[in-house]
Design a protein around this ligand. Sequence first.
Ligand code: ADP
Ligand code: MG
Length: 462
Amino acid sequence: MDLEDIWQAALGELEVVLSKANFTTWFKGTALVDIQDSNAIIAVPNIFTKEWFEKRYNQEIIKTLRKITNNQILKITYQIKTNTSPQPIINPKKPPVVAGQQDIKDIVKNGSESESTVLKLRPEYTFDSFIVGSTNRLAYAASMAVSQTPGKVHNPLVIYGGVGLGKTHLIHAIGNALKKNNSSLKLLYTSCEDFANDFVQSIQSKKTDAFKKKYRSIDIFLVDDIQFLSRKEGTQEEFFHTFNALHQNDRQIVMTADRIPTAIPDLEDRLSSRFAMGMVADILPPDFETRLAILKEKSQQLKQDINQEILSLIAESFINNIRELEGALNRVIACGQMEDQPLTIELARQALKDQLKSKSAHNLSPNKLLDLVAAHYGITIDDISGKRRKKEYVRPRHMVMYLLRSEFNLSYPIIGDILSGKDHTTIMHGVNVIERELGKNDQLRDDLSVLRTQLYSGQGAA
Ligand code: ADP
Ligand code: MG
């Protein structure tokens, strides 16, 4: 097999694995130019493709090449070669589908940009269907404010937090609300990945002017998952200019990320500093009350009448993210339907058996929580349960009260008992203090986030 045969065979396999649009965009103009021992040299048309391959497709390409070359290939080097004669994409009979084309077609349809992008907004992701709790209140409030006075209060708004915590839901809710209140606004919702795709596509098809026009003439720019900018110099550069053009004209920009922008690897400082110019709001995993409320809301949406005990079981067991919570609820509902009998707690337990088992392996206990908090703040358990009102003790004490309430769903009197017989009003007060402070104290939010992670990952104090 010569190099070209190998590459054609690889393309054939890759085409099956990757989406058609992705495949055509990225593999056009690529070639296997050499194999040096175990290193395959692949020529790519530009820096974007190189970055993309390195980051996204490297594993897949190696796997495919190994298969074809009897495990000879261990490594790939991507070389930028501007004058590679375009490699015909296999299956030339099929009309080539080009990524971004659909987007662009949508966008220019009827000359109306807003029309098309609204199609991408999910109508069920609204503020109404979003349950607010202490850990997402800030993000919710900021999103509401933006949807009421776009471009004025928080610009840009960045919402960040872990997977399945409602970032996409909120950014859609902003879009839906803006659209409803002011249908003449030109609104563009995109994922950062689509933005990058579109950008590369515009370079390849020499339509960067159209690209600029499209992104710089809008009123509202909603971009999901900007961590995708990581290590993509070209796209970062373009994003920077798009951002500036919009921001200077008070166009509202909303972004989401899976972490605080300053923590996105290899994101240029000029970008992360601009992202911090407006409001940066985080979302943490929901506490028990919020989890229960979400389950109620979802079961209502599904027109299912599920009793409180079952919902509590789910809310107690699935703590890390809301997608997981929804998954558990759906499983329970499906199980009830399959058995064709009313849902009981036993049936729910049965439905969630496997998941519950792995949860209990975490060995959550109030004692473990006390240990963790004491270790986190560098004090002893006695300091926490004691009565001394030194500042160094009071904050951790309140934190324990808050976590016993939010994570263990214990009653105020029981929490009082755990903390050497404190009065239940003392506990209520402590929980309130933390709830109030969470909205404005970054340090506290970080502490909480760390403690929760440790609590559920089995790290930290034993
Ligand atoms: P992320 O973008 O942060 O990964 P999503 O926005 O996709 O998370 O949320 C995952 C699922 O959880 C979605 O179905 C969403 O509707 C739901 N969800 C998240 N937060 C809430 C909330 N506060 N209230 C109701 N549903 C929520
Ligand atoms: Mg998301």
